[in-house]
Ligand binder design. Structure first.
Ligand SMILES: Nc1ncnc2c1ncn2[C@@H]1O[C@H](COP(=O)(O)OP(=O)(O)OP(=O)(O)O)[C@@H](O)[C@H]1O
Ligand SMILES: [Mg+2]
Length: 506
């Protein structure tokens, strides 16, 4: 299938998200769509996959003009899209989700659907238990399910919007080999939207670069990563460096903490964190690091042990109370937990600034406008948060963090951000650190962990090991963390896989 986009333009108010874009996608090739946050990538891909119409411009498939009213129209023409935030229905089983979108009569029997699921998944090397509930799957598994579903519905061109955020190294490996096989052996066209240039280098044949809604580059791979960065930002960026800084008094203390979340038990975790210190929490998705973070935020009960904030026990206190004590928690599922779908930026600032029943709308609007300028958010005070680009949602979440924080608990704080925005977010966070805050953060990106952490807590199957000598020049810190995460020195990663692959926790 050959797909051509001609002069696609899309505006939202005064924003020209796509400005006369013309791109071509040939059969059997893997493309990258690159560009800084807000460049217009998701907008273009939503147009190509029928989620929204362009203001003007045409889509041609094998030379024929097509128009899509809905994603189902696009899928009937062979175009399927995997979204930045998963769209599946969490309280259904894998099998029910797989059956979504089928017309009655196409696959009436659950047994037949089950076989089709097993066959499609097997072909791609994915393992999906049909009877597990979707909300018990990891992000990587949810994504595998969506790919299998789109293929079974006839997708010939597959769009993946930032598919490697939040999935494990193994899942990424499985995903990339499946995509390569689909392109090479079955002539599928793949479009990868990503900020991870290493992923682009590993997977893609060809690259398109957008900036400010315009096409600013088109090149064949291999192209050096620095050249791609220059195309994306119009300049090359310096690498961040670690800096020495003074530590203050103890802010957080965990004493022999044990907790059970989902089906994982974190055991016997002790840690002391001082003011001005950054602790990275590393581990495969679901190894206990997020659960420990939530426990520090009062969102997860302990089985035993204590958590103290500046000497005061805080376990058992609820999050609003902890917030008053200077503890803030920012989850990674932006729209799921951090921001409220449907509310504007001003309404978000009103909610966080509000004390008591009365909302000061004028104050909130002023604050929103100030923070939008200060944090360089592309959006207006009246923009509903779901209309912001992924990166801008993350900026909004950082802008909403209260002042005078003592402890910041951040889950994957730069998820979905481009290189420049990542550096910028960390600049904001390190400024908080320099004012005396302690920071605990998780990230699937070991480079980020090594760059910004003073010490690292590595989680494997709920067991945590502290790594303190990151600067030891005789060993590569990223490789060392990678080994610990994979279970070297713990008990082997096979047991981790066994724990993941079990039955649904219901
Ligand atoms: N539904 C919408 N309503 C209003 N503005 C929108 C809407 N969708 C996108 N925009 C705006 O269009 C611009 C491009 O957004 P888009 O989501 O396409 O960027 P992106 O390249 O995918 O960015 P990111 O890397 O952050 O995901 C942004 O300024 C965004 O705020
Ligand atoms: Mg996007």
């Amino acid at each position: 299938m050959h797909v051509e986009l001609r002069h696609i333009t899309k505006t939202f108010g005064s924003v020209r998200a796509n400005d006369a874009l013309s791109l071509e996608f040939a059969e059997g090739r893997i493309y990258a769509l690159l560009g800084e946050n807000g460049a217009g990538k998701s907008t273009l891909m939503k147009i190509l996959s029928g989620y929204q119409p362009p203001d003007s411009g045409t889509i041609l498939i094998d030379g024929q003009v097509v128009t899509f009213q809905t994603p189902a129209d696009a899928l009937r023409c062979g175009i399927g899209m995997l979204h930045q935030d998963p769209l599946d229905v969490p309280n259904l089983t894998v099998l029910d989700n797989f059956m979504l979108g089928r017309r009655e009569g196409l696959l009436p029997k659950r047994n037949a659907a089950r076989e089709a699921l097993a066959q499609q998944a097997g072909r791609l090397g994915f393992q999906l238990d049909p009877f597990r509930y979707v909300d018990s799957l990891t992000i990587g598994e949810r994504q595998q399910l969506e790919i299998v579903r789109l293929l079974s519905l006839g997708a010939r061109l597959l769009i993946l919007d930032e598919p490697t955020t939040g999935i494990s190294a193994e899942q990424k490996h499985a995903l990339f080999s499946a995509l390569k096989r689909l392109a090479a052996q079955e002539g599928m066209t793949i479009i990868l939207v990503s900020h991870k240039l290493e992923d682009v280098a590993a997977l893609c044949d060809e690259v398109y670069v957008l900036r400010g809604g315009k096409l600013v580059g088109h090149c064949q791979m291999p192209t050096p990563i620095e050249a791609l960065v220059t195309l994306m930002f119009g300049q090359s960026l310096p690498r961040p460096t670690r800096s020495a800084h003074a530590l203050g008094e103890e802010i957080l203390r965990a004493e022999a903490v044990s907790l059970t979340a989902r089906r994982l038990t974190v055991r016997d975790l002790s840690l002391s964190v001082r003011s001005g210190e950054v602790i990275g929490l590393a581990g495969l998705d679901g190894s206990g690091q997020s659960d420990f973070l939530r426990a520090c935020a009062g969102l997860q009960a302990l089985n035993s042990g204590r958590i103290l904030l500046a000497g005061m026990p805080i376990h058992g206190k609820r999050y609003p109370e902890l917030l008053r004590l200077g503890v803030a928690y920012a989850p990674s599922g932006r729209l799921e937990e951090g921001l409220v779908d449907g509310l504007t930026l001003t309404e978000h600032f009103a909610l966080t600034a509000g004390n008591g029943m009365w909302i000061n709308w004028r104050g909130a609007a002023t604050l929103a406008a100030e923070q939008i300028a200060r944090y360089n958010i592309r959006g207006a005070p009246h923009s509903p948060v779901q209309t912001l680009s992924g990166g801008n949602q993350q900026r909004a979440l950082i802008a909403l963090l209260p002042k005078n924080l003592r402890l910041l608990l951040l889950e994957d704080p730069t998820r979905g951000l481009d290189v420049e925005s990542t550096a910028w977010v960390w600049q904001q966070l390190l400024a908080r650190r320099d004012q005396g805050a302690a920071i605990l953060f998780t990230s699937p990106d070991l480079d980020e962990i090594v760059t910004y952490s003073d010490r690292v807590l590595v989680f494997c199957e709920g067991k945590a090991t502290l790594v303190t000598d990151l600067d030891d020049p005789s060993r590569n810190p990223v490789e060392r963390l990678g080994e610990l995460i994979g279970g070297k020195g713990f008990g082997g990663k096979d047991s981790w896989v066994a724990w993941r692959g079990g039955a649904a926790p219901r």
